[in-house]
Design a protein around this ligand. Structure first.
Ligand code: DX5
Ligand code: ZN
Length: 222
């Protein structure tokens, strides 16, 4: 499968959000990655429903909503109503993860589960068959622009192995510190969706940065 690219609007210019979403619309991006932070699960607050709805109004690509919040069940329907196509919750925030995943699917959304850097892939053994996507965090969640954690490669290999045994069509997303230099290696290790914030929005030409991620195999594989 060709990999997907999901620019994270956390790194966009919030005062020019419509302009940045239109850039994504015209680019080779597949999804728009939307990071929601509550100041509880992570030590930062990003934005909530009104902003997600406003993004949805302009975005021509599916919204990939990454919830870094406690008790996400309370808000799943609201995020669906705000325009989410996919909803990813954190393993660490969901004591009844099976129920949460069923709820996301009942809402008609793609169901994803994210793992923090310290959470082993093996913990997904008994739920992976229910999931559409696993998000491997390659930084500690909460902020854009952090340094990529190298152990991510091992985790991608682990999730790839688990998915080939139990859920061959699983999407494997990697999020944090992704750029055109590590993209090809991440895909090689098993990633099928690349999230990128800073490496896209601080680039002189963000649409070109997206294109470079989309063609990472061709352009940058050594
Ligand atoms: C971090 C978020 C990421 C973030 C990635 O908690 O989940 O999606 O926007 O930003 P970069 O690509 O700058 O590391
Ligand atoms: Zn994210």
């Amino acid at each position: 499968m060709n990999h997907l690219v999901a620019p994270s609007i956390l790194a966009a210019d919030f005062a020019n959000l419509q302009r940045d979403i239109e850039m994504i619309n015209k680019s080779e991006a597949d999804w728009v990655h939307v990071d929601v932070m509550d100041g509880m699960f992570v030590p930062n607050i990003s934005f909530g429903f009104p902003v997600v709805s406003a993004v949805k109004k302009h975005a021509q690509k599916p919204l990939d909503v990454h919830l870094m919040i406690v008790e996400p069940d309370r808000y799943l329907k609201s995020f669906k109503d705000a325009g989410a196509s996919g909803i990813t919750v954190h393993y660490e925030a969901c004591p009844n993860l099976h129920r949460t995943v069923q709820y996301i699917k009942e809402l008609g959304c793609r169901a994803g589960v994210a793992l923090n850097p310290h959470t082993p892939v093996a913990l997904l053994e008994d739920i992976i068959g229910e999931l559409d996507m696993v998000l491997i965090m390659s930084v500690n969640p909460g902020f854009g622009g952090q340094k990529f954690i190298q152990n991510t490669y091992k985790k991608l290999t682990d999730i790839k192995e688990l998915s080939s045994r139990k859920k061959p069509d699983l999407l494997i997303e990697v999020d944090g510190g992704v750029d055109e230099h590590n993209a090809a290696n991440l895909i090689e290790a098993g990633a099928s969706v690349l999230v990128a914030g800073n490496s896209v929005f601080s680039a002189p030409d963000p649409a070109l940065a997206i294109s470079n991620l989309k063609h990472a195999i061709v352009s940058f594989r050594s």
